[in-house]
Structures are given as C-alpha cells and as structure tokens.
Ligand binder design. Structure first.
Ligand SMILES: [Zn+2]
Length: 319
C-alpha cells in the first residue's frame, strides 16, 4: 500500500503572542461586545499537526475584527503537541500522550488519570462549558473534499446548512475510543440549545485547507451573529461567496480496530462509494469487513491502524 507523501505547503504561525490571552487560560482569548448575544467559541489545534486552524485564528486575531454582539472566544487547544511540529515529520505532532479529542466526557475529565492532553482539556473545560456555539477546526490525512461534522442532532445539521459551506455535511456519533469536544455536554444533548460543528478543512498540509478553514470560520461567525458580512470581507477567500448544493452523509457505523493485524484491501482515501452490498473493505485476523449496503460511502480511512481506534466510518448519502 502506498503512503502518500504530501508536501507541507503551510507554515505554522507563531502563536506565542496569544499565550497570555485574557481569560486566565493560556492561549484562550475572549472578546466582549457591548451588546447581548451568544458566546461563540472557535478552536484550533485540537490535533497539534492540523495547522490550518491555527492559521485561520491567527488571521482573525491580526485582522482586529471584534464581535458585534455577545462574546467571541478564540482558543488554541493542544499547544504542547503543536510545539513539536516538524515539517520533516509532520504527522508526529498530532498529540503528546493521547488524542485530545477522545476525552470529552465528565467521567474522563473528572477522574484521577493524568496526561498532557487531560491536563489541557481540564484547563479548557470552563471555556467549552461557557460557549453557546462551537466551531472546532481540523484537517485530514488524505486530500479529499472538506467535510462538516455535524454530529447527530438536527440543530447542528441546520446550523451547517445555514453556514452553507462546505458541500458535504456528515452526521456521525464519533468514536468508540471516546467522545469529542464537539459532542461534550450540551453540544451533544438533544434538550440543550448549545450547538457545535467540526470542520475537516482538507489535507493537513495543503494551502487549500487554510483557505477552507478561514472561509468556514467567517461564514460560521456571520451565521451566529458575531460578524457582519461586511466585517468578514477583509479576510474572505475563494469560498466566502460559494453556495454549493449541500449534501448530507449519514454515518451508520464506525469500524473500530480490534486486532493489531488490521489491513485495508485497497488504498482507500475517503469518499469512495462502494457497491454492491458486501464489498470487501478490510481484513483483520481472519475477520472480513464488508460494506453493509449498496452505495456505501467510506469516510476518513485512517493510516493509524491501532487497536481501539476508528479505522473508517461507513455511511450513505441521505440527500
Ligand atoms: Zn483532527
């Protein structure tokens, strides 16, 4: 199986100017308007190697844009991992001890276990608790179309539609390895009004990912009322005015690796549509993993094939 070797086109920005912030949490800054309104949180570097989000936040800081209503909080999440970023081994800085985005349940955050990521998640928790809206900016291993991860709640899908980009919205419940920040607390509670989105902006190192991250962030901030269209225009990129016909992929299951000898049977990159039902996808110590229905979409096949992790998610276009 070939390992794609993507060129690192993006330069990780210096985020030291944002360390002290103004919230008492390192690398977290809150801007307050004088008008009542929602508290909006935009986060980057949930995975330390996904630098497009840091670029988008750095641009937003430098632009001097401030919220028209409510509060706007900007946060860099796994800074310890980001500090290890090395363009020669760009994949190595995803996390220090464990995946920051699998820790977001009260049980995990409250227990006594320690790790670099748990310490950071515990520090950030008050900022996440305080937010009405969250956009968490990510990127992907393979160069496929950007994906908005809207979770399982209708109000999140509705928000993704109002943002209007990217074309693909994916509804999924996350990973067996643990809940994501976007699913934490009220963000995953059908009875709450808190709403979260996660954008997978494109391949980790491509210039395009930073453009997508920036435009999605701007459209999100306009949608939730933090910025006006005129405000945001100063940072607008190629997708700022785009109005694609959005499509929704319903994820039906995540294939979780249960054995160390997991292998895909093809060099899948993501968004392949496989037919008929029963097409072989992977093998794992004698077990065959086959598509459960016709026109099955493969979502974000992983190159990190470790026990307990998600190998790939399976879904279907529902609109
Ligand atoms: Zn990520």
């Amino acid at each position: 199986m070939t390992e794609p070797n993507y060129t690192v086109e993006l330069t990780p920005p210096d985020i030291e100017p944002y360390r002290s912030g103004n919230t008492g949490i390192d690398y977290v800054t809150t801007f307050e308007s004088r008008l009542a309104g929602p508290h909006v949180l935009v986060t980057a570097l949930t995975h330390g190697n996904e630098i497009c989000g840091a670029i988008a936040l750095d641009r937003l800081f430098r632009s001097g844009l401030r919220p028209r209503q409510g509060k706007l909080t900007l946060g860099f999440d796994n800074v310890a991992a980001y500090r290890n970023f090395d363009p020669r081994v760009p994949i190595a800085s995803r996390y220090v001890d464990e995946d920051f985005n699998r820790l977001w349940s009260p049980a995990t955050l409250d227990d006594a276990r320690q790790s670099a990521e748990l310490a950071r998640a515990r520090a950030l928790r008050p900022a996440v608790d305080a937010a009405d809206f969250l956009l968490d900016i990510h990127s992907m291993q393979y160069a496929t179309a950007p994906l908005m991860l809207a979770g399982t709640l209708d109000r999140s899908v509705a928000l993704a539609r109002r943002v209007g980009i990217p074309e693909l919205i994916m509804c999924d419940a996350g990973h067996a390895a643990g809940p994501r920040m976007r699913d934490y607390g009220g963000f995953g509670d059908p009875a709450s009004a808190k709403t979260a989105l996660l954008i997978e902006s494109g391949q980790h190192w491509e210039r395009r990912a930073a453009e997508v991250a920036t435009d999605v962030m701007l459209r999100f901030l306009i949608t939730v009322g933090s910025l006006t269209r005129d405000d945001a225009q100063v940072l607008a990129g190629p997708d700022f005015d785009a109005h694609p016909r959005q499509r929704v992929i319903q994820v039906t299951e995540a294939v979780t690796i249960t054995d160390d000898r997991f292998e895909f049977v093809q060099d899948f990159r993501g968004l392949e549509v496989l037919s008929p039902k029963g097409t072989l996808i992977a093998r794992e110590d004698g077990r065959e993993i086959r598509t459960p229905y016709d026109d099955c979409v493969l979502i974000m096949p992983s190159r990190r094939l470790a026990k307990g992790q998600t190998a790939v998610r399976l879904g279907r276009y529902v609109e």
